[in-house]
Structures are given as structure tokens and as C-alpha cells.
Write a protein that binds this ligand. Structure first.
Ligand SMILES: Nc1ccn([C@@H]2O[C@H](COP(=O)(O)OP(=O)(O)OP(=O)(O)O)[C@@H](O)[C@H]2O)c(=O)n1
Ligand SMILES: [Mg+2]
Length: 381
């Protein structure tokens, strides 16, 4: 970029994480070049958000988002703008960013450009908006969830002024698309300081604008008394279901616009959680649930009941199962038909299920001959 006469800097999360010695996620680059100019400099680019000034550059196998210096002056509806105004200086670009820790830039020699003193905020472990907090939150109300997410991820605290503005602006969150809220919630629930992050949502009054959490302050308060850092993000979602106990867990998750596959996984795992509250894991229930679900349900059960988790024990029990799924069964419908001299039908499914259960419970060895003997002994052939 610079060879072509433009300024270019690393900006945003990458600079923050670099200074914090944290693993860097996506690398964002800000430049004085206009999108068309960026495209003329690099041989391989993808238009990912050209109306926002962003071009994805593919360079030596890695992707970099390069965005033209811009301001976001004409905000509509408290969301990020449809149109942006390009500007030619880095400082104007940094000014439009959410928090001081996210408003630093680094040039390619490693020099930090930090007009809003993000470095001090990093040292103080503080989340503070760039300039007027209410302005920043009105520009994009999602930033309030981002604040809570950074509290959880980084273990930082909100600057008192930022915290106060967040409470006042909470209602603006109603204008934000659920998909964006979900992304922040996922990151919040994966953080090491989940409890502190959730507390920001509760204290700031943001819960009222989150799917399925309106009016649930007390339940979330209750959740905060547990050591949530023991759970993964997925397990924290599960724990939310456990405490909220919605009639239709699938519908509750759907309100968050989660991908269907994740809804299925979480709702199914919640069912297992409920089942093992009644009867503990058996070889067969462990086999049916699979180790992933069992481990998630177990982690949440243990936390809920205030006992140490038995993840290792369950893992050992699962490993000791003679088969892990039906495909591993030594016989199929084909053998059954031969042995019984019958054509296929509903009986076959019943037989297979019975054999599967017997094999898992080690009543019969998973071998063709043994299974045949066992069926004969049961007078079933
Ligand atoms: N609502 C938002 C979203 C982003 N940004 C700015 O754009 C940068 C990049 O945004 P993004 O990649 O979404 O967030 P990061 O802060 O980089 O966090 P992550 O590590 O999750 O990517 C942020 O650092 C911040 O400067 C902002 O000002 N307001
Ligand atoms: Mg980023």
C-alpha cells in the first residue's frame, strides 16, 4: 500500500490484542486509499463490503480486510450506517471507533498511534468510549453489548461514565438485529469473566432487549452466583435453558436466530440434562446421548448441584462401551432375514434395537455367532 503512495495501518482489535499479548483474531487495516485504489494495488481482492469501504485482500494465502479511513456521520436508526463518508486522515477514522482500547493504530514498523490514550486504558483495564459515550452508543447500539463482551473476554471494567451512559442508552438496543446480538452473546459466554460480562447486561438494563431474557433479571442474578467460568459458551447456553426452563427450549433458542443445527444440539442436550436429573447415566443412555452431549449435560448438572464434575469418569465409561453407534453392530438386517427366513418388516427394527441394547449392556458380545446364539437362547429365531 505504502509503496503505492497510500497510508496504511493496523487498527482495531488486532492492535489491542497485540498489545495485550492475546491471540489475534481478524486483522483489520485502515488506509487512505479508496476501495478502487486498494483493488488496483493488489492482484487478488474480494468485494466484501465495498459500500462501507471494505475490500478483502488475499495476500500469500491470508485474508486482510482493508477499509478506507471513514467517519460514520450520518447514522440512522442507531445502527451502523448504510453509507459512510470517506476521510483522508487516520485520526478522523479512529475518532469514530467505539472504545479507546479499540481506537489505536499501528504502522508497519510497530509504532503505535494512540490519540485517545487507549494504552492507559489497557493498563487500567478499562473499557471507555472514544469521546461522548452516549454519542458512540447512539451511533451503534450494539456497542453496549460489545462493552459487556469485552468485560467478559478481557476481564476489564467499564469506566464509570461509560457505565452510566450504557444504562441510559440501553433502550436503543431494540433497534439492533438479533443476529448481531447473538454474535456478541456467544463471545460473552465464551469469555473468562462471564459473570462480570452478564452483570453488565443485568445492571445496564440490556436484558430487556435481548430475546427471551426480558424480565428475567432475577433468574440471571441467580445464574451469577455460580462459577460460570467452569463452563464453555455452549454449556453456558445450556445453563441458561436450565435456569429459565422454557416450555419449548427449541423456540426459545430460535428467537436468538441460532443456526438450526445448534438449536437441535442444545435442545437435545437439555433433554438429556432433564433425564439424568431423574435417573443417572447408564451405559445405554451414555451410548444414546454420545459423549459430547453427555459431557455438556454433566458439566451443567454438576455446577447446578454444587458437586465436582465427573467428566473424566463419563469419558472412561463411554470409551468402555462395546460399540459407539449402530453401524458398529456386528450384524445388520441382512443376517436377521437369513436367520429367520423372513422378508424385511417392522420386526427387523425391533430386533435390531433389542440387539443393540443387549450389546451395549454387555449381555451379548458384539459378534455374529454370539448374537445368533443369544437370539436362539431367547427363542427369537
Ligand atoms: N460496533 C462497532 C464495531 C467495531 N468497531 C471498530 O471496528 C474494529 C473492528 O471490529 P470487530 O472486528 O468487529 O471487533 P474487534 O474489536 O476487532 O474484536 P474481535 O477481536 O472480536 O474481532 C473495532 O476494534 C472498533 O475499532 C466500532 O467502532 N464499532
Ligand atoms: Mg476484529
Amino acid at each position: 500500500m505504502e509503496k503505492a503512495g497510500f497510508d496504511a495501518y493496523y487498527v482495531g482489535g488486532a492492535v489491542r490484542d497485540f498489545l495485550l499479548n492475546r491471540p489475534i483474531g481478524d486483522v483489520d487495516i485502515a488506509t487512505s486509499a479508496l476501495p478502487e485504489e486498494v483493488k488496483s494495488v493488489f492482484p487478488k481482492t474480494v468485494d466484501v463490503g465495498i459500500e462501507h469501504g471494505t475490500v478483502l485482500v488475499i495476500w500469500r494465502g491470508d485474508g486482510y480486510e482493508i477499509t478506507t479511513f471513514r467517519t460514520e456521520s450520518d447514522y440512522k436508526d442507531f445502527r451502523r450506517p448504510e453509507k459512510v463518508a470517506f476521510v483522508r486522515t487516520l485520526e478522523e477514522d479512529l475518532k469514530r471507533r467505539d472504545f479507546t482500547i479499540n481506537a489505536m493504530a499501528m504502522d508497519r514498523h510497530g509504532a503505535i498511534i494512540d490519540p485517545f490514550d487507549g494504552k492507559t486504558a489497557l493498563q487500567l483495564r478499562q473499557i471507555q468510549t472514544v469521546g461522548e459515550a452516549r454519542e458512540r452508543f447512539s451511533e451503534d447500539a450494539l456497542r453496549m453489548m460489545r462493552a459487556a463482551r469485552f468485560v467478559s473476554q478481557l476481564g476489564f471494567q467499564l469506566h464509570p461514565k461509560t457505565e452510566e451512559a450504557l444504562s441510559r442508552c440501553a433502550h436503543l438496543l431494540q433497534h439492533i438485529a438479533v443476529e448481531r446480538k447473538l454474535m456478541e452473546m456467544d463471545k460473552l459466554l465464551a469469555g473468562k469473566e462471564v459473570t462480570a460480562g452478564l452483570r453488565v447486561l443485568v445492571n445496564g438494563g440490556l436484558l430487556a432487549y435481548l430475546p427471551g431474557l426480558t424480565g428475567k433479571e432475577q433468574l440471571i442474578d441467580q445464574m451469577l452466583s455460580y462459577d460460570l467460568s467452569r463452563l464453555t459458551a455452549r454449556q453456558n447456553w445450556l445453563f441458561l435453558l436450565v435456569l429459565l426452563a422454557p416450555d419449548q427450549p427449541g423456540d426459545w433458542l430460535k428467537e436468538w436466530r441460532m443456526p438450526a443445527k445448534k438449536i437441535k444440539y442444545l435442545a437435545g442436550t437439555y433433554e438429556w440434562f432433564l433425564k439424568v436429573q431423574e435417573v443417572d447415566w447408564s451405559a445405554f443412555s451414555l451410548y444414546e446421548a454420545g459423549i459430547e452431549r453427555a459431557a455438556d449435560a454433566e458439566a451443567v448438572s454438576a455446577l447446578y448441584a454444587g458437586r465436582p464434575p465427573r467428566a473424566e469418569e463419563l469419558k472412561r465409561q463411554h470409551e468402555a462401551l462395546p460399540i459407539k453407534n449402530r453401524k458398529e453392530l456386528a450384524i445388520t438386517g441382512k443376517e436377521l432375514k437369513e436367520w429367520k427366513h423372513e422378508t424385511g418388516g417392522p420386526w427387523m427394527k425391533q430386533y435390531l434395537e433389542m440387539i443393540e441394547r443387549a450389546v451395549v449392556q454387555k449381555k451379548v458380545e458384539n459378534r455374529k455367532d454370539k448374537i445368533k446364539e443369544w437370539l436362539e437362547a431367547c427363542n427369537l429365531l
